[in-house]
Design a protein around this ligand. Sequence first.
Ligand code: ADP
Length: 187
Amino acid sequence: MHILLMGPPGAGKGTQAVRLVKQYNIPQISTGDMFRAAVKEQTPLGIEAKKYMDAGQLVPDSVTVGIVRERLSKDDCKAGFILDGFPRTTAQAVALDAILKDIGISLTAVVNLNVPSDELVKRISERARLENRDDDKPETVQKRLTVYEESTKPLIDYYRNSGLYVEINGLQDMEAVYHDIVKALEK
Ligand code: ADP
């Protein structure tokens, strides 16, 4: 199971990824989590990434692709993975294709969680209250949604005709979303 989980900020990718990890016993590879860990440890990568994250912008492709390449080359990815939050630009998607080719892996499915933007704003503000993430401030949230629309949403077209693309209604409750994802994966 080499799964790509896509969707706007607040769509519920992280929540679903955690359940898929348990179900299929494969690692979750979240570029957002990797960057947050680097920020916390104040590594050079973290210091660089934080500038972009706090502004609601994407970390540059060269940096992001580098960490993903390194992570996907580890042995635990051979049997499967859930890529959560990567790719987010067309350049990242092209780079991912090359990485996968190099390591001899092909994707099983590209799962897109579809949630309208008014609902996303509601969900992210709720999360801001609970988790206190630096990038969940209202002005940053708006920026992240704009970046999604401009840079990431076009990726739907990149994958739509691949035969791997599945769209899931992310407005349903968590359980129903999960059920739909598993159903699509096991088809
Ligand atoms: P969300 O999906 O809620 O926006 P993430 O945890 O996936 O949150 O990402 C948080 C931030 O980390 C992003 O706003 C961006 O700055 C950075 N980031 C994560 N993944 C990528 C990526 N693939 N490319 C560039 N930047 C990324």
